[in-house]
Ligand binder design. Structure first.
Ligand code: NAP
Length: 255
C-alpha cells in the first residue's frame, strides 16, 4: 500500500477522517477534500505528514456542484503522480437537506434532488475521474459509503435511505463495467456511527440509545469501526471482492 494514493471526499471529521488516517498509518499518500473546514484540513495535512511520513494535500469541494470534480482531479494531478483508491464519503447536512430529511409526507423535490446529487452524482463523477487515473496504473479500488438506513426504517431518513440504496446499485453497475480496467467497486454500509452527521438528527439521543440496545456488541459504532472495512476493500486481500456491499453495523440491522 505504501506510496499509493487515496482520494477521499469529506475527510475533515467523522468517518472520512478515520478512513484517511487509517490509510495514512499504512503509508498511503492522501488527497482529501473539505467543504467548510479549511483550517481543520490544513491542520490534518500537517499532522498526517509529520506523524506518518506520507504526503497529504487538502482541496476544496462542494459535492452539490458536480462540475467541480474535473478541476479537483486536475489539481490532484499536479500534486500526485497516481491515483489508486477513491472513497466517496462526503455528505451534506443542514439547509441543503431541508425537504429531503423528514417524514414521507413532507418530502420536497429540491431537498431530495440535493441528496441525490450529493450521494449518487458525487459517486459517479468522482469515480469517473478516479477511474481514468487508475487505468493508467493498472487498476484500483473504489468504495462508496452507504448506510443501513436503506435496509431498516429510521425516522426522517427516507430521502437519505433511498439514495443510499441507489448508490449501492450504481456501485454494482460500475463494478461490472470497470472490472476490465482492473478496478474493483464496493460499498460499505454503516449502522449508526457517532459523528456530527448523526448529532444533526433531531432524535440523536434516541437513535444512539436504540443502537446500543440493538447492537449484539452493546455499544455505539465509531468512525474507526468503518475505516477498517474500507481499508480492507482496497488491499490485495480483497482482490476478488467487487460489486458487493459490506454491512458494518455491530449487528444492529438483524435485531
Ligand atoms: N454517521 C453515521 O451514522 C453514518 C452511518 C452510515 C453511513 N454514513 C455515511 O458516512 C459518510 C460520512 O458521514 P459522517 O457521519 O462521517 O459525516 P460528518 O462527520 O458530518 O462529515 C461530513 C463530511 O462531509 C463534508 N461535507 C459537508 N458538506 C459538504 C459539501 N456540500 N460538499 C463537500 N463536502 C461536504 C464535511 O466537510 P467540512 O467539515 O469541511 O464541511 C465533512 O468532511 C456519509 O456518506 C454518511 O452518509 C454515516
Amino acid at each position: 500500500m505504501r506510496k499509493k494514493t487515496l482520494v477521499i471526499t469529506g475527510a475533515t471529521k467523522g468517518i472520512g477522517k478515520a478512513i484517511a488516517e487509517k490509510f495514512a498509518q499504512n503509508g498511503v499518500d492522501i488527497a482529501f477534500t473539505y467543504n467548510s473546514n479549511s483550517a481543520v484540513a490544513d491542520e490534518l495535512v500537517k499532522s498526517w505528514e509529520s506523524e506518518y511520513g506520507i504526503k497529504a494535500r487538502a482541496y476544496p469541494l462542494n459535492i452539490l456542484e458536480p462540475t467541480e470534480f474535473k478541476p479537483l482531479f486536475e489539481a490532484i494531478d499536479k500534486d500526485f503522480s497516481r491515483v489508486d483508491f477513491f472513497v466517496s464519503n462526503a455528505m451534506i447536512y443542514g439547509r441543503p437537506v431541508v425537504g429531503g430529511y423528514g417524514k414521507f409526507m413532507r418530502l420536497k423535490p429540491r431537498g431530495l434532488n440535493n441528496i441525490y446529487t450529493a450521494t449518487v452524482n458525487a459517486f459517479v463523477l468522482g469515480s469517473q475521474e478516479a477511474a481514468k487515473r487508475m487505468q493508467k496504473v493498472g487498476g484500483g479500488s473504489i468504495v462508496t459509503m452507504s448506510s443501513t438506513g436503506n435496509l431498516i426504517y429510521i425516522d426522517n431518513y427516507a430521502g437519505h435511505g433511498t439514495n443510499k440504496a441507489a448508490v449501492e446499485a450504481m456501485s454494482r453497475y460500475a463494478a461490472v463495467e470497470l472490472g476490465e480496467m482492473g478496478i474493483r467497486v464496493n460499498a460499505v454500509s454503516g449502522g449508526p456511527i457517532d459523528t456530527d452527521a448523526l448529532k444533526a438528527f433531531t432524535n440523536y439521543e434516541e437513535v444512539k440509545a436504540e443502537t446500543i440496545k440493538r447492537s449484539a456488541l452493546d455499544r455505539m459504532g465509531s468512525p474507526e469501526d468503518i475505516a477498517g472495512s474500507v481499508y480492507f476493500l482496497c488491499t490485495p486481500e480483497a482482490g476478488w471482492i467487487t460489486g458487493q456491499t459490506i454491512v458494518v453495523d455491530g449487528g444492529t440491522t438483524f435485531r
